[in-house]
Design a protein around this ligand. Structure first.
Ligand code: ZN
Length: 267
């Protein structure tokens, strides 16, 4: 099999990570957890290679986008670092040439109970809705992949995130590396988490034809619920945007790429 694989890696959903300082490259705690982030990514890469992947792009998708340790990463992958300042964000570099997307280290959407370091994109957003469906970052990123007709086939992160993944995709392959309990979390040992990720990605490749790209029907209706009123005020100035509540701005478009543009300029 000739597979070109895209791996988007966030950090809040890596086993052991339970505090923002551990995800902040300016804090000393980050040094340890960036290695675990890289090892979980390698577990996914190894399974992809065993399944016949011939080309692998890894997107460092957390905060500075400069977390994964380049010389620790499996040498068969290319690593995309930093933000381009364009609208693709955590999915930068995806295009129609890829066969599958794997999401590693992901977290649940803002407001989810018992979810580790939950938030939706910038932290300025209480809820991101597309066609009346409230989405975690995973769902938004899957729509970006779906725009390029690429399916998400595997997701790892905390238990709450994997539950949201099943709500979006149905019978997708997932691995929960930890389980949130309020702000605390019960974590798998890193080695065990890595082994389960490798097995889970392997299972996903065995039934790769089961997975369909995530696409919602056009026209798209986006709703952004902001934490602060001043953000909503600013967003309603975007051409075509409508203020539909004190904190809520909506936007409709026929082409999903226009949703990305809206999101890029108002968040
Ligand atoms: Zn993150």
């Amino acid at each position: 099999m000739n597979h070109k694989i895209y791996i988007s890696v966030d950090m809040e959903g890596i086993t052991g990570v339970i505090h923002w300082d551990e995800t902040d490259e300016k804090k000393p705690e980050h040094n340890y957890f960036k290695k675990l982030m890289t090892e979980e990514t390698n577990a996914a890469i190894e399974a992809a290679l065993e399944a016949g992947a011939t080309e692998i792009v890894v997107r460092d998708a957390h905060a500075s986008a400069r977390n994964l340790v380049p010389d620790m990463l499996n040498e068969n992958a290319k690593l995309l670092r930093e933000w381009s300042r364009g609208p693709y964000l955590m999915m930068e570099g995806i295009d129609d040439s890829f066969d599958a997307v794997l999401c590693i280290g992901y977290h649940a959407k803002a407001g989810t109970p018992n979810a580790t370091l939950k938030h939706t994109m910038s932290g300025q957003i209480l809820d991101l809705r597309v066609n009346d469906q409230s989405l975690p970052e995973l769902g938004w990123n899957a729509l970006i992949a779906g725009y390029h007709s690429v399916p998400v086939i595997f997701v790892s992160g905390d238990r709450a995130l994997t539950e949201q993944a099943h709500q979006i995709f149905g019978e997708i392959e997932t691995v929960a590396v930890k389980e949130g309990l309020g702000q605390a979390a019960l974590n798998l040992h890193p080695k065990r988490a890595q082994r389960l990720i490798k097995e889970g990605v392997g299972k996903a490749f065995k039934r790769i034809s089961d997975f369909k790209p995530l696409k919602f029907s056009s026209p798209y209706r986006m709703e952004l619920h902001f934490k602060n009123e001043d953000r909503a005020f600013r967003a309603e100035w975007y051409p075509g945007a409508k203020r539909i509540g004190e904190l809520v701005v909506s936007f409709e478009c026929a082409d999903f790429m226009d949703c990305l543009r809206f999101f890029m300029f108002v968040t």
